[in-house]
Design a protein around this ligand. Structure first.
Ligand SMILES: *[C@@H]1O[C@H](CO)[C@@H](O)[C@H](O)[C@H]1NC(C)=O
Ligand SMILES: *[C@@H]1O[C@H](CO)[C@@H](O)[C@H](O)[C@H]1NC(C)=O
Length: 498
């Protein structure tokens, strides 16, 4: 869990530019009549039950992105209310106490969250479209129409085979039968993420064998071999084919938004992740790319995915991994247990052998740490990743450890309180009050569950570890320490037991 939240964190950095691009679209003056339907706990279920297709925005009144979205959403609702196939847009104040039941039913974790509910709410789909009025309209018109588009002419085909996107086309001798039905199920299931088409005539399709006999599924993609065919029709096999085939051998990451859907897929994949960060403008770019591609080919289907990121777009990742520009070109592998492996100043010819060493278990994990401070004489002691073991786990002391972030306001308010707590234990050699900058040091995720800042943990001299969730007051913290601390005698007897 901690791991996946970390990935989300990194992804956030990766896509932040791209998201802020569309939410910053200029707000238009709202009209007097409201087209967005307001729903709450008293009428949500009944209203949704009557809709074949409805979009619901879960928002909170205080949320800035919600405020930016509101005029765009309203404008989209007004356009869609008069469309040939009208679409209803609704909103729920998920911050309202009585509406929280609905929000938790739909697993709302952030604001705004948009969901598409189909067939009276029996099918729930994530809204993955843009957030400007025009983009919302286009996306919803497509989502509310049929999941797959019939390709009847070469013009139809060239209008849907896009140079930036994945398109999945089913070729059938007739639009009936179990294989066609399974293809339709596939399209319904994955329509939020891919475009689908179906045709009776394989010759209309621009790539691939034009004499191939259907039924078959041809996936068009804007990278690598540009298309792939598949002839199994089990629904799960089809889903797997589409998901796997639509991942590029190397995912590129720079400021070009056409790569971003693939970057998101890369970070969502269950594989270990190799990331090569370099300056895309360097004259060695081609050498890196071709060597990296060879390696990626070699490990295809072996639980390792590959991304190449331009330093210009990767500042968030640099911060996350604690790497510096002078280490570029750098290759990093992050495994699913949260371990990181890193090779700074890598050269094209070293990539293959380093990845092989990693696979063979011959590379030591990398731990992000600030340097151990030479002077550490403030009342609250500074712990870094490299001194965590010695100062906290092996010191034999009762340790209160604060995980903080430099930018966190609550941490700043806590600082003078911790200073006072530390001062009151100054002459007590068995108690240590300490802090660690959790943004600059890797925290062992299997030991500490740090979801927000500040987080306080207490480790007693006998090794018991508990999270402190009492009042953040001087007396509250001191009482807690005194109640939970172990004495040296207890420590001795614990040793004997072991
Ligand atoms: C649902 O109830 C709220 C509060 O009573 C009201 O403002 C809203 O208009 C209602 N919505 C519908 C669709 O009836
Ligand atoms: C259709 O999908 C179902 C469920 O995945 C599967 O059991 C069935 O064999 C598939 N039909 C064909 C013709 O592949």
């Amino acid at each position: 869990m901690a791991l996946s939240s970390n990935w989300r964190f990194l992804m956030l950095f990766a896509v932040i530019g791209f998201i802020s691009g569309y939410v910053s679209a200029a707000a238009e003056a709202s009209e007097s009549k409201e087209f967005v339907v307001t729903l709450d706990h008293s009428n949500f279920t009944d209203f949704v039950a009557k809709q074949k297709f409805i979009v619901v925005e879960f928002y909170a009144p205080w949320c800035g992105h919600c405020k930016k979205l509101a005029p765009e959403y309203e404008k989209a609702a007004s356009i869609l209310s008069t469309a040939d196939a009208p679409v209803v847009l609704a909103k729920v104040d998920a911050n309202e106490e009585q509406n929280k039941v609905i929000a938790s039913e739909y697993e709302i974790k952030g604001f705004p969250t948009l969901k598409i509910l189909r067939y009276g709410g029996s099918v729930v789909q994530e809204y993955k479209g843009p957030r400007d009025a025009e983009g919302i309209v286009t996306y919803l018109q497509k989502q509310s129409g049929p999941a797959s588009f019939e390709i009847k002419s070469p013009e139809d085909a060239s209008s849907v085979v896009d140079s930036d996107k994945i398109l999945v086309v089913g070729v059938f001798p007739e639009f009936s039968g179990e294989k066609f039905e399974n293809f339709t199920t596939l399209a319904e299931r994955l329509r939020a993420d891919y475009d689908f088409g179906h045709t009776l005539d394989v010759k209309l399709l621009p790539r691939g064998d034009s004499s191939a006999a259907g039924p078959l599924v041809r996936l068009f993609k804007p990278f690598d071999e540009l298309f792939a065919d598949f002839q199994e029709f089990d629904v799960d096999a089809l889903v797997k084919f589409v998901e796997e085939t639509s991942i590029p051998t190397i995912t590129l990451f720079n400021k070009d938004p056409k790569h971003h859907p693939f970057v998101i897929k890369f970070f969502n994949s269950p594989n270990a992740k190799a990331m090569l960060f370099l300056n895309f403008g360097t004259e060695q770019f081609d050498a890196f790319k071709s060597k990296y591609e060879e390696v990626a080919q070699l490990y295809k289907g072996k639980d390792l995915s590959f991304l190449m990121g331009d330093i210009e777009a990767s500042q968030g990742a640099f911060q996350y991994f604690g790497i510096k520009e002078e280490q570029v070109p750098v290759i990093i592998i992050q495994t699913n247990d949260g371990q990181k492996y890193l090779k700074p100043n890598v050269e094209p010819d070293q990539i293959a052998s380093w990845v092989k060493d990693f696979k063979d278990g011959n590379v030591q994990p990398y731990k992000k740490s600030e340097p151990i401070p030479e002077v550490n004489n403030e009342p609250v002691k500074v712990v870094v990743a490299d001194s965590l073991q010695d100062m906290v786990f092996n010191s034999g002391k009762n340790v209160l450890l604060e995980f903080y972030a430099p930018w966190c306001g609550h941490c700043k308010s806590l600082a003078p309180i911790l200073d006072e707590v530390a001062a009151s234990f100054q002459n007590d050699a068995d108690v240590l009050i300490a802090k660690i900058d959790a943004t600059a040091n890797d925290i062992p995720q299997d030991t500490f569950d740090v979801k927000g800042y500040p987080t306080l943990y207490f480790k007693s001299a006998t090794g018991d570890l508990v999270q402190y969730d009492g009042d953040r007051t001087k007396t509250g913290i001191i009482d807690f320490i005194n109640k939970n601390r172990a004495t040296v005698a207890q420590q001795e007897s614990r040793k004997e037991e072991l």
